[in-house]
Ligand binder design. Structure first.
Ligand code: PMP
Length: 384
């Protein structure tokens, strides 16, 4: 449904509009629950502490995390990926990673490579999916500390075989780290089943929360060096961080309003997810079909009928992505994203490193009428 005259198809960048429950929860966290959790003992602080405790349980339950203490609040998915990768890997370690990662993975790994971590890339097929045989061969080739892979691509929508990669990693004594930025809140994520040892997600995309919050799941046996040290509200006499979770990984005053908003978004998903995910898939299929039918249009990633996250990126043989996105916004109020989507490697794999693409992404609130109007607008711009 258009909101404020905007047909919003940029959910892969951030979900919008947020459910009213999210705004209300954030306002409450700035009002009656506005104290500093786990510090003072007055009622405002206790309310804040209760809020954080309940929020952790809500988000953990939605993602299939058995013990909420294994679910850590961090400032965002990028921060969480840095925390896991830099906390896990040391010079001399070997890491096997997909060749289509977002810069939130590719850049920390490049920084680690510069300090002596060996980074080996797994190839993908024409739809951008990791080739499991090649992955197995690479992991078996030499002692490997970690296999790292996105759960779903923000460029192609390809869903990666994370569970199989986890099996491969475990067979060879490695851990599996997954980037769930585009999966959480759009696909069913059950971390009790998936096999990932670490799983990181944005709070502000499919999980419907505000910007400034993300989550890291660390499996019970896996400890990484914490990226940040500071106050934890307890054990203040010691100079080292407490070893207990989540305290070890959450130094400093937590972003309570953002945590409250995230929990409220996830509570909405808890009620709606089964139907919503199905609806997003249906609408993304309709979008893909409509765009693919426009002469001169190429759709990246899995073809119609193959599974994908609700993301559809396209390139037109004549209309540049930037121009298409600009025309869609300025003339039709259709919000999409053009360019490389912070994932140049994924574009390189698709042969679109030079041009980039225009990405349409579906989320809560997008209707069939929205995508029909968007497709019609694209048709008008491209066939003008
Ligand atoms: N990984 C992927 C696949 C993404 O799409 C994004 C967001 N564009 C990120 C990581 C980073 O998320 P954030 O910007 O919320 O830190």
């Amino acid at each position: 449904m258009a909101h404020d005259g905007i047909i919003y198809l940029d959910h892969a960048a951030t979900s919008w509009p947020k459910p009213p429950e999210v705004l209300d929860a954030m306002a409450r966290a700035l009002g009656p629950a506005g104290g500093n959790p786990h510090r003072s003992a007055h009622r405002l602080a206790l309310e804040a502490a209760r809020l954080v405790l309940e929020a952790r349980s809500t988000v953990a339950a939605f993602l299939g995390v058995r013990d909420p203490r294994d679910l850590l609040f961090v400032p965002g998915c990028t921060f969480g990926l840095n925390m896991v990768l830099k906390g896990l890997l040391a010079p001399g370690d070997r890491v096997v990673v997909s060749s289509v990662e977002h810069n939130a993975v590719a850049r920390p790994l490049a920084a680690l490579a510069a300090s002596g971590v060996e980074v080996v890339q797994m190839p993908v097929d024409e739809a951008g999916r990791v080739d499991l045989d090649a992955a197995e061969e690479l992991v078996a080739e030499a002692p490997t500390r970690a296999v790292v892979c996105q759960h779903a691509s923000n460029v192609t929508g390809a869903i990666q075989p994370v569970a199989d990669l986890a099996d491969i990693a475990h067979e060879h004594g490695a851990v599996l780290v997954a980037d769930g930025a585009q999966a959480a809140g759009h696909l069913k994520v059950d971390l009790a089943e998936l096999g990932a040892d670490a799983y990181v997600a944005s709070g502000h995309k499919g999980l419907l929360g505000p910007q400034g919050i993300g989550v890291v799941y660390l499996s019970p046996g896996l400890e990484v060096r914490e990226l940040v040290q500071g106050g934890s509200g307890g054990d203040s006499g010691a100079l080292s961080m407490p070893v207990v979770r989540p305290d070890r990984y959450e130094a400093g005053t937590p972003p309570v309003p953002a945590i409250a908003g995230l929990a409220a978004g996830v509570a909405v998903l808890g009620r709606e997810a089964d139907e919503l995910f199905e609806q997003e898939q249906r609408i993304a299929r309709r979008l893909l079909e409509g765009l693919a039918a426009i002469p001169g249009m190429r759709v990246l990633g899995p073809v119609l009928g193959e599974e994908r996250a609700p993301v559809v990126s396209v390139v037109h043989e004549e209309v540049e992505p930037d121009r298409l996105a600009y025309e869609l916004d300025s003339r039709y109020g259709v919000a999409v994203r053009a360019g490389l989507h912070c994932a140049p490697a994924a574009h390189a794999a698709m042969g679109t490193a030079e041009t980039g693409a225009v990405r349409f992404s579906v989320g809560r609130g997008v209707t069939e009428a929205d995508v029909d109007a968007a497709v019609e607008a694209v048709r008008e711009v491209c066939l003008a």
